[in-house]
Design a protein around this ligand. Structure first.
Ligand code: ADP
Length: 663
């Protein structure tokens, strides 16, 4: 063999030997390293195992002691595991088969399904709030956050959820919401205007406030408090607000004038209350407004009324104190409560002596006491009236009192006593008695007089008749021997006798007119006129005309005859015209028949219009037929029938006599 080849082979071998040795050394080293590594790995493995164990225990502890419920379930909702809190919340045992669908409250089913869908699609859901059924059918409110659990390939394998029992807090929230609702219902429906402000800006108002200010809620919200406050109150209002902001005040009251929409104003009492944040800063102010415009007006009106009442009271108590009438106020037991000055004077007793005493025992006679007792009974029924009593004064003088009593009534309408106004009528009574006596005497003397006149006139007639007969005899016996002048004197004597006879007849009928009134019968005055026509002398130159129809009356025939006869005779007698006309007519008045007799004779001067109706008033020169009694007799008859007589006349033109007779 080639040496070279040998060499080459030897060197190659040597190289291979060396390489192998090196490889062996490396191997040895590597295996030593490996060994070390294995040892390290072993130890770190066991460390890791301890760590894992440690962590698992820790996690288990956390999982079990987790205050919220923690549930792991598969994707169909079957619970795989849950912690103690879940067991307690749901009432199901940890090992019991449970699908979460069993927990769902029926009304929340749709919401639960929706959330589950979200979990599957998005991988989680949060803030799920709904009710669940526990095993023993209790309803609980829960809050759930859930998420999916994925494997290494990123595939969802399970889901976990943290469930919190919010039943209590939910109840509280509901309660708060309800209270809030109630509160706002109260505020909204309150008739008291309420305004909420923040830093002087109106933020909320209730309808009562809107009504008061006449603005809408929106309009008010644009305002500052200042905008609805009358300028005069800016400062006062501001000062209080500042104090409130400084924390010096929590509440204040201010009376101020507010401005309404349209420029009108009102005055209100405002109560401002601060609602503060926990740091003491003001959150908002609550203003409760009470419109007192009416109240003030009423107060002013009340004051005005009280003032006027007081001045009236003053006025009346002055009147009462000084009036000439005695005033006394008693209670229902007749005890005197009040007397005025005049009553003290009337009774002679002082106020001290009278107060508290029984009125009737103080001044009345037995008879008077009975009367007052009766009156007091009527007073209690509310009646008022006047009556007379005989009273005794302190000096034991008898006086006549006219008492006008009225019940005293309190504001409930109950009779609390009575008020009596006393007038001393003793003098009046005396006068009345005197008058009665006088009248009696007058009547007596009148009757005497009439009788006297009757007797005189009657008795005068017979000597007159004797003279008349004697004069006639003398005249007849001496008719031949008497000269003309003696015959004239005899004629004069006869005329005077005739006049005297007439006068006596007239006086007789006048004296009768006042006393003897015959029976009243129905009289047709038209017929009366016809009869009178037949009884008196009517010259051919005189006509008597009845205009219309005269009424029918009830009266004594003789008197009515006399009445018409006297007036018609005068109308004929006192006429100077060649032809005379007398007119008679009647006028109806509600109470009387009025008759008028008109002539166109000589008339009567105005100054005699009254005088002619007085007795013995004749305006005529002595003509032998005028006694001046005719019209006075007419007047007497007219007044006997409740009527009047008067004349309308103008001298030279005629007279109209009108008279009335009561129906
Ligand atoms: P006598 O007629 O007796 O005088 P009277 O009482 O009848 O009394 O009348 C009083 C007076 O009234 C008369 O005197 C007469 O002057 C006047 N007189 C009465 N009637 C009329 C009459 N119709 N016209 C004018 N004067 C009259």
């Amino acid at each position: 063999m080639d040496k070279n080849l040998n060499d080459i082979l030897t060197r190659k071998l040597a190289r291979e030997k060396a390489a192998r040795k090196q490889a062996e050394a490396i191997l040895e080293q590597k295996s030593a390293e490996l060994y070390e590594l294995t040892q390290e790995l072993k130890s770190s493995n066991s460390q890791l195992e301890t760590l894992v164990n440690q962590k698992t225990t820790q996690l288990k502890g956390v999982f079990e002691n987790f205050i919220d419920s923690y549930v792991v379930m598969d994707l169909s909702g079957n619970v795989l595991s849950m912690n103690d809190a879940s067991v307690e919340l749901f009432g199901y045992g940890a090992k019991e088969d449970l699908n979460v669908a069993r927990l769902i409250y029926k009304d929340d089913y749709a919401y639960a399904m929706e959330s589950f869908k979200n979990l599957l699609e998005q991988g989680f859901f949060t803030n799920y709030k709904a009710r669940i059924f526990t095993k023993d059918k209790k309803i609980k409110w829960v809050h759930i956050n859930a998420s999916l659990i994925y494997d290494q390939q990123g595939q969802p394998t399970a889901a976990q959820g943290i469930v919190r029992d919010i039943t209590e807090s939910h109840k509280n929230t509901e309660l708060i919401a309800e209270q809030k609702m109630k509160l706002s219902a109260i505020v909204d429906n309150s008739t008291i205007p309420i305004v909420l402000t923040q830093e002087g800006q109106i933020v909320q108002t209730n309808p009562a406030a809107q009504n008061l200010f006449l603005y809408s809620e929106e309009e008010l919200k644009n305002f500052l408090v200042k905008d609805i406050t009358a300028p005069s109150k800016y400062k006062a209002s501001n000062d209080l607000m500042t104090k409130m902001n400084q924390g010096l005040l929590d509440q204040f009251e201010i009376k101020k004038e507010y401005l309404q929409k349209g420029g009108t104003t009102f005055i209100a009492k405002t109560n401002v209350i601060a609602v503060r944040n926990s740091d003491g800063s003001i959150r908002y102010q609550l203003a409760i407004i009470e419109d007192i415009t009416e109240k003030l007006k009423n107060e002013r009106e009340r004051k005005r009324l009280l003032d006027s009442l007081e001045s009236q009271r003053q006025k009346y108590s002055n009147i009462i104190a000084n009036m000439n009438l005695g005033l006394i106020e008693v209670d229902n037991e007749d005890q005197i409560l009040m007397v005025n000055n005049s009553f003290e004077k009337m009774s002679g007793y002082s106020e001290e002596e009278l107060l508290g005493k029984t009125a009737r025992q103080m001044f009345l006679t037995k008879e008077g006491q009975l009367k007052v007792e009766k009156e007091n009974e009527r007073r209690k029924e509310g009646a008022s009236n006047s009556y007379e009593v005989v009273a005794k004064t302190k000096k034991n003088q008898k006086r006549h009192w006219l008492i006008s009593g009225a019940p005293n009534v309190n504001s409930f309408g109950e009779v609390t006593g009575s008020i009596g106004i006393h007038l001393d009528i003793t003098e009046l009574k005396n006068l009345e008695r005197q008058k009665e006596k006088l009248l009696e005497r007058l009547e007596r003397s009148n009757a005497d007089l009439q009788e006297y006149a009757h007797i005189i006139s009657h008795d005068l007639k017979s000597p007159l008749r004797s003279i008349w007969a004697l004069v006639n005899w003398i005249k007849e016996d001496n008719i031949e021997s008497f000269d003309q002048s003696s015959l004239d004197n005899i004629a004069l004597l006869e005329g005077t006798l005739e006049k005297m006879e007439q006068l006596i007849s007239d006086v007789l009928s006048y004296s009768r007119a006042g006393s003897e009134v015959g029976e009243s019968i129905t009289l047709d005055l038209n017929a009366v006129i016809e009869e009178v026509r037949g009884m008196i002398y009517i010259p051919e130159t005189t006509t008597i005309k009845v205009i219309g129809t005269l009424p029918t009356i009830e009266a004594d025939k003789a008197r009515i005859h006399q009445l018409f006869q006297n007036l018609i005779v005068n109308a004929i007698k006192y006429n100077d015209k060649p032809k005379g006309e007398i007119q008679i007519w009647a006028t109806d008045t509600p109470t009387h028949n009025q008759i008028s007799i008109k002539d166109d004779g000589i008339g009567i001067k105005k100054e005699f219009h009254e005088k002619i109706f007085k007795i013995f008033q004749s305006l005529q020169q002595d003509d032998g037929t005028s006694s001046g009694i005719g019209l006075s007799l007419v007047k007497k008859i007219v007044s006997l029938y409740g009527g009047e007589i008067w004349v309308e006349s103008e001298e030279g033109k005629g007279s109209t006599f009108h008279f009335t007779l009561r129906k």
